[in-house]
Design a protein around this ligand. Sequence first.
Ligand code: UFG
Length: 317
Amino acid sequence: MRILVTGGAGYIGSTAVDILMSQGFDVNILDDCSTGHADNVPAGTTFIQGSLLNTSDIGQALKGCDAVMHFAGKSLVGESVEKPELYWSVNVGGTRNLLDEMRRANIQKLIFSSSAATYGEPEVLPISEGAPTRPTNAYGATKLAIDAMITDEARGHGLCAASLRYFNVAGCLKSARGWLTERHNPETHLIPNVLRSTSANPVKIFGSDWPTKDGTCIRDYVHVVDLIDAHIKALNSLGKTGHEIFNLGSGGGYSVREVLAASSSAIGKEIAFVDSPRRAGDPAVLIADISKAERVLNWKPTRDIGAMVGDTLASFG
Ligand code: UFG
């Protein structure tokens, strides 16, 4: 079976490529390398360095494929607030093109990288797939719009699809070509920032007055290898038609201070930090209800925060 992995040169997409190949899948990759890295692309794949905004690039990338894992897109919450047009154009416009080209090529299986950002500030914890969707930024709004587009494509044209709503993805996989680690610029994610913290440039803790046990935000971290395992299980579960949505997290939460403590024990010394003002748009607590993925996909995350921090630390060398 040949899979098109869009965004296959990025952090999560390249991990998917590696695991898919190790399980015997053939892989095509479409990535414009705007945030991905060409050196993440392994030998043995068909790599099209191209854009979702160019339908002929998509057509070429879909050649010979039976299914698509769609990771490509803009994914910085802060940037999405400053440049919403970029997010609507690349994420929604790009996915519209992808769906059209898939229909043209008669490819009917899709796994889409959606986000917990579709829910916005939760009313009830943990957050289930039936929770209200009120995104608080353009990033989440575009992921929600794409989920709606996919539902309609499934209804109207028989697409079989799963949208996977990621909570906080962390950790990394060591591949034959090195660690497939986060290489964002700028890096906004907590774990890499904590591990790079120095006394000259300490990590900022965004808010210590949240209504949580230690005053810092709580998030649900899931290891990228567990996340990709869920993608493959979702692909194998696709029915004849229809669109299913699954939350992917660990089902539990860690505060920012707890992540610092786990990092400190991995490094073997205290982590320098500075208490800072809250970051705009951050909800206090996000924890996934993952019971649907556990029940329907027979999926269970197996790697804890220690593994996520440990792998990221090892990847920094
Ligand atoms: N944080 C800090 N200091 C930092 C970085 C983060 O204190 O240097 C805090 C944040 O305020 C937040 C927590 O650590 O409370 C996690 O922040 P991240 O930036 O690592 O992740 P987010 O929860 O903001 O975002 C993640 C994904 C988004 C997705 C969102 C879903 O990265 O793509 O979850 O809600 F939209």
